[in-house]
Ligand binder design. Structure first.
Ligand code: ATP
Ligand code: MG
Length: 391
């Protein structure tokens, strides 16, 4: 019965003069995903995005809209709605149809966008309720904690009836901020870290370091599937696959054993920064969280950060694992992340990793092998893969 989708933006009201820019981004994102549904018209309307059609959306279309909007960043919440004539009986009938498959209680809220409408909002709600109640005997009214809130908007050229609200992902529209190079391991944390930055409007360029052919290509396969999933949110997504086994072998042969993992990480960060530069990205992202594993002590994070020339963003730095796992499940990366894999970092793992490395001892160790040469070679052999949203 619905012919309208009303999208309320998240936070965008804070953006002053840039508001149009953010809203247009969001509108274009929604339009791109819904292009297979014929006849939709889009407009920005007082901080909302309204999608409308002459003609009711069928079940397949409403399902497709629901699926599409569930991966759009920048939506606070959204609703299906139905337009109807400015006639109280018609509004009541339309509302009854909107409530047909609902259970429990409801309340009506009215909004007058057309200020010349003769009834005040409260009167209007009461008049509609009076006509509606006989049509929905399966429901009760509860103005304090209703299961469904019906919003009736008085527009210039008609009424709009909206049933309930669906939560959006929040954040800012995809690609409304600049690019970041995200170090993606195939574990649970890094896809969530990338996603969190993507949700703030950053475009994630993904970087995975692997030791193929010294380990199986399982981590590459996993990371490809993670990239595919992340592309559902941000659209076009680049993944760089960087072979680091030569660097690892040099580190194993030349550097003190306890420093290996920190030295791998410093190497990875340098690779990510180079890829960031090539893509005009403003920084890097990792899934580190303080104290989670040996490589993530404050000291080791500092020793890794010491090689950075761009800002490193660590959106999970203060997360408990459970919090990150909950997000991973919600965004659909968890099942892939927990598949067993040979990790490039488990290759030549030190028996007793250093918990308190210093930047100075790492730099001294790096004098023993050719960091710039190995980096150049790794980046030359790096493979670039492109992912698109499935629809
Ligand atoms: P994750 O679940 O993201 O793998 P983790 O808790 O296992 O995190 P580490 O393995 O210490 O932690 O990795 C810390 C961060 O370093 C990762 O979140 C990721 O950003 C980066 N990283 C680790 N391994 C790789 C890799 N092979 N390629 C790219 N980045 C990596
Ligand atoms: Mg890991």
């Amino acid at each position: 019965m619905f012919d309208t989708v009303v999208i309320r933006t998240n936070e965008l009201c804070l953006k002053g003069g840039n508001r149009a820019f953010f809203e247009n981004r969001l509108l274009e994102d929604a339009r791109g995903r819904l292009r297979d549904i014929p006849g939709l018209k889009y407009r920005r309307d007082q901080g909302k995005i309204v999608i409308q059609r002459d003609g009711v959306l069928n079940d397949d279309e409403t399902a497709a809209i629901r699926t599409a909007l569930s991966t759009v960043f920048g939506i606070g919440n959204w609703s299906f709605a139905a337009g109807c004539a400015k006639d109280l009986d018609v509004v009541a009938q339309t509302t009854a149809r909107a409530l047909a498959d609902r259970q429990g209680s409801f309340k009506i809220e009215s909004r007058r966008e057309d200020k010349s409408y003769p009834l005040e909002s409260i009167q209007l709600s009461q008049e509609i309720a009076k006509r509606l109640l006989p049509l929905v005997p399966h429901l009760t009214v509860d103005v304090h904690e209703p299961d469904t809130t019906i919003t009736v908007s008085v527009l210039k050229d008609g009424m709009r009836v909206q049933a309930g609200r669906e939560e959006g992902l929040g954040g800012l529209p995809a690609g409304s901020a600049g690019r970041l190079a995200c170090l993606l391991s195939g574990g649970i944390d890094s896809p969530v870290a990338a996603w969190r930055m993507m949700r703030r409007g950053c475009r994630a360029v993904l970087v995975h370091c692997h030791s193929y052919p010294y380990v199986s290509d399982a981590s590459i396969q996993k990371v490809r599937r993670l990239a595919e999933r992340l592309a559902e949110f941000q659209g076009e997504t680049l993944l760089y696959l960087v072979p680091i086994s030569e660097a690892q072998q040099a580190i194993v042969a030349k550097a003190p054993e306890p420093l290996r993992v920190v030295l791998y990480r410093r190497f990875m960060l340098r690779a990510a920064e180079e890829i960031a530069r090539r893509n005009k990205a403003h920084g890097t992202v990792t899934g580190d969280s303080v104290g989670q594993v040996a490589s993530q002590t404050l000291e080791n994070l500092r020793a890794v950060s010491a090689v950075a020339t761009l800002p490193i963003h660590r959106p999970l730095v203060a997360n408990d694992k459970e919090e990150t796992v909950a997000i991973a499940k919600r965004i659909g990366t968890y099942a892939t992340s927990i598949e067993a894999q040979d990790d490039c970092c488990s290759l030549f793992m030190p028996r007793a990793p250093e918990l308190r490395a210093t930047a100075e001892e790492c730099a001294a160790a790096e004098e023993l092998y050719d960091v710039p040469g190995l980096l150049r070679a790794a980046l030359e052999k790096a493979e670039k893969v492109e992912f698109r949203r499935r629809k």
